[in-house]
Design a protein around this ligand. Structure first.
Ligand code: NCD
Length: 324
């Protein structure tokens, strides 16, 4: 078997399991396409029938509100049929069970599987086994990858800052356990962000050698000084041993982003958070809801990005089928 690739034989995006390996140009194309799906506040959302003959199955085995509704709305607004399944797909039950499920759904003409799982490798495993016209999109893989989140974060920065090269971007909090941070690192590296900082207590910093090129900062103050973008992360309790979970009060005192600390960043800095937020743990409420916050715009952009990804993989399928 050939090594796994997200691209088809003609180099078109077929699956999206990770942002690793996507060029800056490929990412910009996805962001351009996503922008065509954005509307002014108050206007009705973008809709088309571009995916009218397509069926999308959302298979989520970890809790999710935002990402799941976002993928569902994206598919529906493009005219697709959508199935939501809460079944255990993880590699703990790898083998016939997973493939039976996938082949059963494929027999009902599912064209796109959207997969979220706490175990690494599930999305790729499914992608390696589906029929040629079928695509698999990751909606979050363990602590490793959350590609559409990386794209929506990049789109948000592009909207507010117009580019990436001159920016200082600080990713703050539980970087170690965060798939959002890993996808952010991949997307910002591909887009050549000016400076990427990882800002975390020692215990929440990724292993040395991971996320190369980023500057590691051991205090919040150093990490956000003159930053243009501050991306706050949730403590991923579900990926930690009970004893390792920091005390919320102490954490907020040292690592929480409050109004006072935000003054260290550039005056026009934007504050991001993938959600769900823990108010008064990693972020003060008045910052989360304050003038620097673009957190709600991130959510809006999520739908546009997922529409763009769905359209892109379906377009590559049409071409594989003979359109070329
Ligand atoms: C993130 C996730 O699930 O990875 N949330 C999201 O997708 N919007 C981040 C988190 O759970 O902290």
């Amino acid at each position: 078997m050939l090594p796994f690739s997200q691209f088809d034989a003609d180099g078109r995006l077929r699956h999206l399991i990770t942002l690793e390996g996507l060029s800056g140009e490929q990412i910009r194309e996805l962001l351009d396409r996503a922008q065509t799906h954005l509307r002014r506040p108050g206007e009705p959302p973008a809709r088309s029938r571009a995916l009218a003959d397509v069926t999308v199955a959302n298979i989520f085995t970890e809790p999710s509100t935002r990402t799941r509704s976002s993928f569902e709305l994206a598919a529906r607004r493009l005219g697709a049929d959508v199935l939501n399944l809460e079944i255990q797909l993880s590699s703990r039950v790898k083998g016939e069970t997973v493939l039976d499920t996938i082949y059963t759904l494929q027999s009902m003409a599912v064209d796109v599987f959207v997969v979220r799982d706490a175990e690494p490798g599930v999305g790729q495993y499914v992608a390696e086994h589906v029929a040629e016209h079928v695509s698999v999109l990751s909606a979050g893989e363990a602590h490793l990858s959350h590609p559409t989140q990386g794209l929506l974060d990049a789109l948000t920065i592009l909207q507010y800052k117009g580019g990436f090269r001159d920016l200082v971007v600080a990713v703050v909090g539980d970087v170690r356990h965060s798939r959002v941070a890993r996808s952010a690192h991949q997307v910002f590296t591909a887009l050549e962000v000016g400076e990427l900082r990882l800002v975390a207590p020692d215990a929440l910093m990724p292993d040395p050698g991971e996320m190369p090129g980023a500057r590691r900062c051991a205090t919040l103050e150093e990490g956000i000084a003159h930053a243009d973008v501050i991306m706050m992360l949730r403590i991923q309790k579900e990926r930690m041993a009970q004893a390792a979970i920091p005390d919320a009060h102490d954490y907020f005192a040292r690592w929480g982003l409050n109004k006072q600390r935000l003054k260290l960043a550039r005056p026009e800095a934007i504050v991001m958070h993938p959600g769900p937020m823990n108010r008064e743990v990693e972020i003060a409420s008045d910052v989360a809801d304050g003038p620097h916050s673009v957190i709600r715009q991130q959510v809006t952009n999520g739908v546009a990005v997922r529409m763009a990804v769905l359209e892109t993989v379906i377009a590559s399928r049409h071409q594989r089928r003979g359109g070329r």
